[in-house]
Design a protein around this ligand. Structure first.
Ligand code: ZN
Ligand code: ZN
Length: 349
């Protein structure tokens, strides 16, 4: 049985920051599970919610317990909670799909028309306990520890991006040296890419991309990735580019380094419209451009399982800091501090 009261990280004021509060442990409603949090991690989305801004003002209801990347143990079930069971060791697919729309009916639940996001549209996991629709639970392999299992949301983004481009035997450029870009380099290696280029802005992160499996890394602040990759591929360009930044110059570079007939996955979210030369850059080159949203439910989770359980890709080096949930503000400020070389930040109650 769960406790009566719990610690929760809440967005109360519609301004910078958050509050730590003691609140009632929620009760699972129909179709829901109550989960005891074992580990959770901070995502870019959480930083936007914490800092507040135009997106958060428009999207985020308050008060809100935020957070969506987690691992935990089911401690109670509401009525009709499917085949979930008390004691299950789980993580959460944060895209809460409706199971009724056309996308859901055709195996595209990650782009459900009526999707609600756990920890964005309703209370999430930055708390000792949380409730979630049981259909969104993924049963973890016990070989995957909670501090790794909570990373399956971003690791799943990387896995879905890589697997969408069928990289086996191909030359691949990973554009962006954030956690998801670093994971993607390791996953592309595990999926049999022939040669991997890593592009980014931070030497320490690029070194980690190399550690994860990139053959060559290019700091785009100092070197021109387009001429270097063209030279390295005998003027052809790469077969696949994976765009993880959302920055307009990076998107254009990711297109320019592609060979004719190449494929590009766009995962990084631009702030607004991006201008590009569609005629020369895309049409005449016969490129395939692919938008990547979330993870396939639950196909991507199946693909991640052997990677993580068999440690074919070990995401742990990207996690630079660990905090207690009670020290959430310190954890978030560490993640936001431009003078701290932080990667993924993991919290535990
Ligand atoms: Zn996330
Ligand atoms: Zn749907």
């Amino acid at each position: 049985m769960a406790k009566k009261k719990m610690l929760a990280v809440m967005k109360t004021a519609r301004a910078y920051g958050c509050e730590l509060r003691e609140v009632d442990v929620p009760r699972p409603g129909p179709g829901e599970a109550l989960v005891r949090t074992l580990a959770c991690s901070i995502c870019g989305t959480d930083k936007h919610i914490y800092k507040w801004g135009a997106w958060a003002e428009k999207r985020i209801p308050t008060p809100l317990i935020f957070g969506h990347e987690c691992a935990g143990e089911v401690v109670e079930l509401g009525p009709d909670a499917g085949d979930a069971a008390v004691g299950d060791y789980v993580s959460v697919e944060c895209h809460v799909f409706c199971n009724r729309c056309r996308q859901c009916a055709s195996g595209l639940r990650h782009i459900c028309r009526d999707v609600k996001i756990f920890g964005v549209d309703f209370n999430g996991c930055f708390a000792e306990y949380f409730t979630v629709p049981a259909r969104c639970l993924w049963k973890n392999d016990p070989r995957i520890e909670p501090e790794v299992a909570c990373l399956q949301d971003p690791f799943g983004n990387a896995t879905f991006t890589v697997s969408s481009c069928e990289v086996s035997g191909k030359t691949v450029a990973v554009v962006g040296d954030g956690p998801i870009g670093i994971y993607a380099a390791g996953i592309a290696r595990a999926f049999g890419a022939r040669r991997i280029f890593g592009l980014g802005l931070v030497d320490s992160k690029l070194a980690m991309m190399k550690q994860f499996g990139a053959d060559e890394v290019i700091n785009v602040k100092r070197r021109d990735p387009v001429s270097e990759i063209m030279a390295a591929t005998k003027g052809e360009g790469v077969d696949v580019s994976l765009e993880m930044t959302g920055a307009a110059p990076a998107i254009n570079q990711a297109i320019a380094i592609l060979r004719r007939g190449g494929k590009m996955a766009l995962f990084g979210l631009p702030d607004g419209p991006v201008s590009m030369d569609i005629a020369e850059g895309v049409i005449f080159k016969g490129l395939t451009l692919l938008g990547i949203n979330g993870r396939e439910v639950f196909n991507t989770w199946e693909e991640m399982l052997p990677l993580l359980a068999e440690k074919r890709v070990d995401p742990r080096p990207v996690t630079t800091h660990k905090f207690k949930l009670a020290d959430f503000v310190k954890a978030m400020e560490t993640g936001l501090d431009p003078n701290v070389d932080s990667g993924k930040i993991v919290l535990a109650p």
